[in-house]
Design a protein around this ligand. Structure first.
Ligand code: FA5
Length: 332
């Protein structure tokens, strides 16, 4: 045999073991199995091997090739593993890629703030469903069958269930009924949530908006308690100089009834803003839920939360609250 392939293999393996770095391995690869390496020239020399030795030499050469190539792969894996990461390292002192962060919606924040103020005045939270029946949205609230407030054009009716008409509640006053059905007096609750009306959208009206409802039932509750509560709220929420004004009005479920205005600072100027309605709970409402109006009296109020948030945060158009423009919402 012209070349001692056993000795060649031993030499190749010894050189491979001596390569301890990725660079050393690259050099070994070039010298042995690269395009102009020793293996290539041994292959090229095959043609000069005498014809009768060719088959055995060729076979041995193939074995040599397979042996040193697989030894190379194994050694490469070993060296790579001990050499640590290759390529450019991460510079941990560089600023990271900013992650787009969400924020609490200004209405959710406003609701939390308002509930917190009433919570400090002893009101607990009450709840009711957004899809209501006629009893809770109208009948129990002293709104008779014939009342125009029940008109199909003023409500989102949702069809019937068990012979009962259902609709998206038009006011959180429904929760007054739910609370009084659930708990006997005395009771002092607030409820917040969405209400729905087919109003045309403009700067101050939307077809879905939020209200906060308050209800206080006890012995001897008076209109003075109602006003005190609203004044306390206005001062705690809008500032010590805030004022409350009540204008006579009508709601079927309160008697007497009033519109509630609050005087607050808007762009440095003090202005009256209409926020909702209130009054003393009508005896018919108490009777509808089995509470004796001779023994118990109470007040109720309902305020528009969007109007409160708009005034507090100087938001000029209610529609901006629902457009989900992160650039707008991130300001609050
Ligand atoms: C009521 O909804 C009564 N339930 C309030 C009430 C409760 C009276 C308890 C007496 C006792 P009104 O329809 O006026 O009342 O609505 C109250 C407030 O909701 C309004 O003053 C306004 O702030 C807000 N509001 C009414 N309609 C819209 C609308 N389309 N978009 C945004 N806010 C509205």
């Amino acid at each position: 045999m012209a070349v001692d392939l056993d000795a060649t293999q031993t030499e190749a393996m010894a050189a491979l073991s001596a390569a301890t770095t990725p660079e050393g391995l690259d050099a070994w690869k070039g010298a042995w199995i690269g395009g102009s390496g020793r293996l290539k020239s041994l292959m090229a020399g095959l043609k000069d091997v005498p014809k009768d030795q060719k088959p055995a030499f060729g076979k041995r050469l193939n074995e040599l090739k397979a042996a040193i190539e697989s030894a190379y792969e194994a050694r490469r894996a070993e060296v790579d593993a001990s050499a640590g990461p290759r390529g450019p390292l991460v510079d941990v002192t560089e600023p990271g890629t900013p992650v787009a962060e969400g924020c609490r919606h200004v209405l959710s924040r406003t609701i939390d703030e308002i509930v917190d103020v009433f919570g400090r005045m002893g009101f607990t939270l009450a709840e009711g469903p957004e899809v209501e029946d006629e009893w809770h949205n109208f009948t129990a609230l002293n709104i008779p069958e014939s009342h125009p407030a029940r008109d199909a054009t003023d409500n989102f009716y949702m069809g019937e269930q068990g012979g009962v008409k259902r609709l998206l509640r038009t006011q959180t006053s429904t929760v007054q009924i739910r609370a009084m059905e659930r708990q006997k007096p005395p009771l002092k609750v607030v409820a917040t949530g969405r209400v729905y009306r087919p109003d045309t959208h403009d700067a101050t009206h939307y077809s879905m908006f939020h209200q906060i409802e308050g209800l206080y039932i006890d012995r001897g509750v008076s209109m003075a308690d109602l006003k005190t509560t609203l004044v306390q709220f206005a001062k705690a929420y809008f500032g010590a100089e805030a004022e409350v004004r009540m204008r006579p009005s009508f709601f079927p479920f309160t008697e007497p009834s009033a519109e509630v205005d609050m005087k607050m600072r808007i762009k440095g100027e003090w202005k009256w803003v209409e926020l909702g309605g209130c009054g003393m709970v009508d005896p018919n409402v108490l009777q509808a839920v089995g509470i004796d109006p001779e023994e118990w009296t109470g007040f109720a109020f309902g305020l528009g939360i969007e109007r409160i948030a708009m005034r507090r945060y100087g938001i000029g158009d209610i529609r901006w609250l629902f457009e989900n423009d992160a650039r707008f919402l991130r300001q609050f």
